[in-house]
Design a protein around this ligand. Structure first.
Ligand SMILES: Cc1cc2nc3c(=O)[nH]c(=O)nc-3n(C[C@H](O)[C@H](O)[C@H](O)COP(=O)(O)OP(=O)(O)OC[C@H]3O[C@@H](n4cnc5c(N)ncnc54)[C@H](O)[C@@H]3O)c2cc1C
Length: 386
C-alpha cells in the first residue's frame, strides 16, 4: 500500500529540515526524506559556522526577511534550549566606495539600523586582529554574528520528529510525478503519495526540477582554518566575524576562533568552478590553500598561524545570486527551494516558514516576490538584453 501524506519534504539539509519543522508544528502529516544523514559533508550545510548580519549589502530588500529570520532563530533556540546564534558583530571592510561598504551603509540607512563606521586607526584600536589599507573603512554591524549549522539542522529535525514527522534517511528520491491530485514520490525503498511536495535538494536541485538545469549551478567552495598567532586578538569578544571586499579579487569572509581549529576563512564563490553534484567533492589543492594563506597573512595577520584544516563544500548559484522559492511552473503541488547562491543559511529559519506557508496556504505574507521563477526569468532576459 502506498503511504499518504499531506506534505513530503525531499532533502533535509538546512532548508528542508526547517520546512519540515514548520509544517509539522502546524499539525499536518509530513514525511522528510534525505539521501544521506543530517548535515553530511556533501551537503551545503556543514562546517561549524555561518555568518548572519542585518545590514545586508547585497540589497536592502532582504532586511525585513532577516528581521523575521532573527526572531525565528531565537524561537528555535528557546524550544531546543540550546545556542544556535551568537552575536559577535560583523565587520565589513573595504575601500569607502567598495560594494560591501556602500551596500551595507545603504541598507543600514534605509532601514535605520544601528551601525558604526570606523577608520583604520579606530579599527586597529578596537579590533587588532585586522590589517586595513590606509584608506579602508570598516562598517560594524553590531547585530551580526554566526550560526551553528549542524546544530540548526539537527535541531529542526528533532522538533519535526517530536511533532510527528516521519523521517527517512539514506533514501534517495529518484523521481517525483505530479498530477492534479498531488504528487507520487519514487525511491529505491518505496513509493509515497503527498498532496504537496517541497523539493529542497541543494546542489542536486536540477535532478528533480529539470527546468533548473541551465540555471542552478553547483560550484566548489573551499574554507580553511588557522591556529591564531595572537590568541587574545582572535577571541570572539575581541574579533567580530568579517567580510572583506577586495575589489576585482572578490570578497572574503571569516570567523573568530570559535572552536579548537581556530579562525576560519574563505573567498565567496572561491574560483567559481562548476562541479558534478554526484561526484565526491574535489580535494583541496595548492592553488586553494595559496589563495587563503595569502589572504590571511595580509589581512588578518593575528590569525595567520598554522593552517590545520581545509575542506571543499558546495554553493548552488542562481543567475542573479538570489534565491528561488516558488511553485514549479505549471504545477501548484510542487514547491522548489533553492535558497543558496552562497548566502542562504542565515535565512533558513524564515525560509522554513515560507516553504510551509507555500505548501499549506498556497502563498505567504512574507516578501518573496524577488524569489520567483518569473523574477529569475526577468533577470536572465535583462542580462541577455544588456
Ligand atoms: C562553505 C560555505 C560557506 C557558506 N557560508 C554562508 C554564510 O556564512 N552565511 C550564509 O547565510 N550562508 C552561507 N552559505 C550558504 C548556505 O550554507 C546554503 O545556502 C545552505 O546551507 C543551503 O542549504 P540547502 O538546504 O539548500 O542544501 P543542503 O544543505 O545541501 O541540503 C540538500 C539536501 O538534499 C538531499 N538530497 C539531494 N538530492 C536528494 C534526493 N534525490 N533524494 C533525497 N535527498 C536528496 C541532500 O542529501 C542534502 O542533505 C555557505 C555555504 C557554504 C558551502
Amino acid at each position: 500500500m502506498t503511504a499518504e501524506y499531506d506534505v513530503a519534504v525531499i532533502g533535509l539539509g538546512a532548508m528542508g529540515s526547517a520546512a519540515l519543522a514548520f509544517l509539522s508544528a502546524r499539525g499536518v502529516k509530513t514525511i522528510g526524506i534525505d539521501a544521506y544523514f543530517p548535515a553530511h559533508a556533501l551537503s551545503s550545510s556543514h562546517g561549524d559556522s555561518r555568518l548572519i548580519r542585518l545590514g545586508y549589502f547585497e540589497d536592502p530588500s532582504y532586511v525585513p526577511l532577516l528581521r523575521r529570520a532573527y526572531q525565528n532563530w531565537r524561537a528555535l533556540e528557546a524550544r531546543l534550549r540550546s545556542d544556535i546564534l551568537t552575536i559577535t558583530g560583523v565587520l565589513q571592510i573595504g575601500a569607502p566606495d567598495s560594494k560591501i561598504v556602500t551596500g551595507t551603509r545603504a541598507s543600514c540607512a534605509m532601514h535605520g539600523l544601528a551601525h558604526e563606521v570606523l577608520d583604520k586607526a579606530e579599527t586597529a584600536r578596537r579590533f587588532p586582529a585586522f590589517q586595513l589599507d590606509s584608506d579602508d573603512i570598516a562598517v560594524l554591524d553590531p547585530q551580526g554574528g554566526y550560526l551553528r549549522p549542524e546544530a540548526a539542522v539537527m535541531g529542526y529535525i528533532k522538533l519535526a520528529a517530536e511533532d510527528g514527522a516521519v523521517l527517512h534517511f539514506g533514501e534517495r528520491v529518484s523521481a517525483i510525478e505530479p498530477d492534479d491530485g498531488g504528487v507520487t514520490i519514487l525511491s529505491a525503498a518505496g513509493r509515497y503519495r503527498a498532496r504537496k511536495v517541497i523539493v529542497a535538494t541543494g546542489s542536486w536541485i536540477a535532478e528533480l526540477a529539470p527546468t533548473l538545469k541551465a540555471h542552478a549551478v553547483p560550484i566548489r567552495q573551499v574554507v580553511a582554518w588557522y591556529q591564531p598567532r595572537d590568541g587574545f586578538a582572535t577571541e570572539p569578544h575581541r574579533m567580530p566575524c568579517f567580510l572583506r571586499d577586495e575589489g576585482s579579487d572578490g570578497s572574503y569572509f571569516g570567523f573568530p576562533a570559535i572552536g579548537g581549529d581556530g579562525v576560519k576563512v574563505g573567498r565567496h564563490a572561491h574560483f567559481r568552478e562548476p562541479i558534478d553534484p554526484n561526484q565526491p567533492n574535489p580535494v583541496v589543492n595548492d592553488a586553494d590553500t595559496a589563495l587563503l594563506d595569502g589572504f590571511i597573512a595580509k589581512r588578518v595577520p593575528a590569525a595567520a598561524g598554522l593552517r590545520v584544516n581545509a575542506v571543499t563544500c558546495r554553493y548552488t548559484m542562481l543567475p542573479s545570486e538570489d534565491f528561488l522559492l516558488d511553485f514549479l511552473p505549471g504545477n501548484s503541488n510542487v514547491v522548489v527551494a533553492s535558497p543558496c547562491s552562497g548566502h542562504g543559511f542565515k535565512f533558513t529559519s524564515v525560509v522554513g516558514e515560507i516553504l510551509a506557508d507555500l505548501a499549506l496556504d498556497g502563498g505567504t505574507a512574507l516578501p518573496t516576490d524577488a524569489f520567483t521563477f518569473a523574477a529569475m526569468d526577468r533577470f536572465i532576459e535583462s542580462r541577455k538584453a544588456a
